[in-house]
Design a protein around this ligand. Structure first.
Ligand code: ATP
Ligand code: MG
Length: 420
């Protein structure tokens, strides 16, 4: 061990788990790529103000969890705590919304940073795959994104996740509801922090995890009973489209994203094998966000799925992903002459598309064959000076143990036939 350790709340991804991680990332993104979403990559840090406005001054993310800093040049930046604000900023900056092809559909994958209290499933550095569909108000778009997330989880073999669904209303009906909720909350016995929340972000109180608070919320007015006709119809259409696609969901009237620019559809994916860090992904519609960050009116919808927690969910269900061995051929050369010749064969095989590795470090036959077996390769090429003098190498099938001589000039073609 060195003097250093990974910082608190972080962990390293190391083979073979790192391969699972990559496979999960790819599986979460695959349905998006098939549905017309284009890849977007934004910087790991942004102006702190973008997140203050784009995530919300009153959220835990902005008040407690952000890694904000001042640069040597005096810029106020923050490591990105989430993806939506950055992606929308990038789309607006590149004028993607003006290209006449709405919605602009984008997906992303990367690292996010939150100064949280670390525990299983809750880290200070974590990974998300996300998607945003910018500039269209259409229940089919909300449904599309939810279906793509469900298909992604299913493609990984996850079975016991649940989809929670709610509508948060819009700028017509939400203010009326908000006032009714505030009236109700003001009559409760709550601590000072929570009282302050009633003024700035009352919907978030519904989300309070404490039992003493939850008990008092019985009888609280619910958004679903205050939806205007337009929001009701919209939500009903989303629900119908999900049902038609065979997607099961649970209506959860308390599911909130408590900011004014989050509107209508809101949803969360939870997995019951993860203890209290049960949310594996979430998202919703954010019709007012573009204007919050200085853009035009662009109704949009998106989600972000947590890669770390999806990997934990797979573990909890005992699902093992089929990750193909990265090495298919392992090459063992005995003696200097053979090393030179076979190192050339290794390069040739790799260039021909065959994942190949080599016994480095001048190991003896026994150790080299151990490495061959550990590599997960299907075949080993073994040759010493005498084999080469006779014009051939030994090709060993590491599964069956069978071994046969192959001419040096034939080995690449032979392995390509067998493997590519
Ligand atoms: P939570 O309620 O668990 O704090 P959140 O509402 O803050 O989640 P989002 O901002 O919606 O989470 O992020 C989407 C997904 O990213 C979450 O569902 C989760 O899977 C993952 N995620 C969020 N924060 C963390 C974290 N600190 N460590 C690991 N994964 C995280
Ligand atoms: Mg959180």
């Amino acid at each position: 061990m060195s003097t250093f350790k990974a910082p608190k709340g972080t962990y390293d991804l190391i083979p073979p788990v790192s391969e699972t991680f990559l496979a999960v990332r790819e599986a979460l993104a695959a349905p998006l790529r098939r549905a017309g979403y284009g890849y977007v990559e934004t910087p790991g840090f942004e102006s702190v103000e973008l997140f203050a406005r784009g995530v919300g001054e009153s959220t835990d993310i902005v008040t407690k969890e952000m890694y904000a800093f001042t640069t040597k040049g005096g810029d106020e930046l923050a490591l990105r705590p989430e993806g939506t604000a950055s992606v929308l900023r990038a789309a607006l900056e590149a004028n993607l919304h003006k290209a006449g092809n709405l919605p602009v559909k984008l997906w992303y994958s990367g690292s996010y940073y939150r100064y949280e209290r670390p525990q299983k499933g809750r880290y200070r550095h974590f990974s998300q795959v996300g998607a945003e569909a910018i500039g269209a108000e259409d229940p089919a778009l909300d449904a599309e994104l939810i279906i793509l997330a469900v298909d992604a989880y299913k493609s990984l073999g996850l079975r016991t996740f649940r989809l929670l669904l709610n509508s948060l209303g819009d700028k017509e009906c939400r203010p009326v509801y908000r006032a009714a909720l505030q009236d109700f909350l003001r009559g409760l016995d709550l601590d000072d922090d929570t009282r302050r929340r009633i003024d700035i972000n009352p919907l978030r109180v519904l989300d309070d995890k404490r039992e003493a608070v939850q008990k008092q919320l019985t009888g609280a007015p619910m958004m679903r009973d205050h939806l205007c006709e337009a929001c009701k119809t919209y939500h009903e259409q989303v629900r119908e489209l999900l049902t038609a696609a065979g997607v099961e969901f649970e209506d959860d009237p308390k599911l909130v994203r408590g900011l004014d620019y989050y509107t209508r559809t809101t949803f969360e994916f939870v997995h019951d094998g993860l203890g209290s860090q049960s949310a594996v992904g979430g998202g919703g519609r954010y019709d007012g966000l573009s204007e919050m960050i200085g853009g035009p009116e662009l109704p949009s919808v998106g989600w972000a799925l947590g890669v770390d927690r999806t990997v934990l969910a797979l573990e909890a269900e005992g699902v093992e992903l089929h990750v193909p061995a990265s090495t298919q051929v392992f090459t063992v050369a005995l003696g200097e002459e053979a090393r030179r010749t076979l190192f050339g064969v290794v390069t040739e095989l790799r260039r021909a598309g065959v994942p190949t590795d080599f016994a480095f470090g001048g190991k003896g036959l026994k150790n080299a064959m151990k490495s061959a077996n550990r590599s997960g390769a299907r075949y080993a090429i073994v040759a010493g000076e005498r084999d080469l003098a006779e014009g051939g190498v030994q090709l060993k099938d590491l599964q069956s143990g069978e071994q046969a001589p192959v001419a040096l000039g034939e080995i690449v073609a032979e392995l390509r036939r067998k493997l590519v």
